[in-house]
Design a protein around this ligand. Structure first.
Ligand code: NAD
Length: 273
């Protein structure tokens, strides 16, 4: 199935009979939207959350295009809004089978230059709250309506493992998010819920635009990657489909790199100089 954005997603029934929540669609370029489109193309029934009134006009037509029954406003920093969102989700869906957490934020002023000079306590805690703690909170809430087991995924980036220019606070938050993924996986494993993170290469989205030199991250990532190509939405959404469907059985607590081999390269050039 080709989407409006030009992505091609295989159709099928891998997600038939499965219901889930997708958090983090801001517009048609969002990674969450690519993943949602792929899950819908395989028969998933979806609910979406979005942040704030201003995003609703972008997210509603997207959600409607995949027949989503539920579109809920939710701010992960606001307990009342999260309570209301999960109450509504439980009321409409009863139980769910998967959660896609594709939410992150750090103040733009901190995503540039020197990490130690540009990182304030308040902004650091805000980034950790939205980009890491929210997954813990969502996992706790969602697991209560996953009596039949299922799958949760979150999104991360190599800046958690390597010191990448300008990624700064977000890199530290992603490292914490990946650790949280393992602890959540440990807690929820006995209940048949698998919890994994996808470490995507740099992609052209609203979030990337907030990082100083974001376009350079794409170009340099491509140049350094084993495959010498950009990370594709098809690849990221395909990994999400694997993890959210029964194809992903037995995989939990993992960070799966989908970045055209950027993460494992040593020296970028073959030039022996
Ligand atoms: P995006 O801007 O489309 O998505 C980020 C989402 O986070 C938005 O929908 C935004 O509304 C939401 N959000 C921010 N603060 C929130 C809050 N308080 N409550 C609820 N939602 C909130 O950008 P994206 O690139 O699709 O990002 C999705 C995820 O993928 C993020 O975790 C990001 O760090 C990660 N990621 C992105 C890239 C990339 O290069 N774009 C690479 C690897 C990982």
């Amino acid at each position: 199935m080709a989407s409006d954005s030009g992505w091609t997603f295989p159709t099928g029934e891998l997600m038939k009979g499965k219901k889930g929540l997708v958090m983090g669609v801001a517009n048609a370029n969002s990674i969450a939207w690519g993943i949602a489109s792929q899950l819908a193309a395989q028969g998933a029934e979806l609910a979406f959350t979005y942040l704030g009134e201003s995003l609703e006009r972008r997210v509603r037509p997207l959600a409607e295009s995949v027949g989503a029954k539920l579109l809920i406003q939710a701010d992960v920093t606001d307990d009342a809004s999260m309570d209301a969102a999960f109450e509504q989700l439980e009321k409409e869906f009863g139980t769910i089978d998967f959660v896609v957490h594709s939410v992150a934020f750090a103040n733009k002023d901190e995503l540039k230059g020197s990490f130690i000079d540009n990182t304030s306590r308040d902004s650091f805690l805000l980034a950790m709250n939205i980009s890491c703690f929210s997954f813990v909170d969502v996992a706790r809430r969602a697991s209560k309506i996953m009596p039949n087991g299922g799958s949760m995924i979150t999104m991360t980036y190599l800046g958690s493992e390597r010191a990448i220019p300008n990624y700064n606070t977000m890199g530290v938050a992603k490292a914490a998010l990946e650790a949280a993924t393992r602890y959540i996986a440990r807690d929820l494993g006995p209940r048949g819920i698998r919890v994994n993170a996808i470490s995507a290469g740099a992609m052209r989205t609203l979030s990337l635009a907030g990082i100083s030199g974001g376009r350079g991250m794409i170009a340099q990532g491509r140049a350094m990657s084993a495959m010498k190509e950009d990370t594709s939405m098809e690849g990221v959404a395909g990994a999400a489909l694997w993890l959210c469907s029964d194809l992903g059985l037995s995989t939990t607590g993992e960070v799966i790199h989908v970045d055209a081999g950027f993460h494992m390269m040593g020296l970028a050039s073959d030039d022996e100089g």
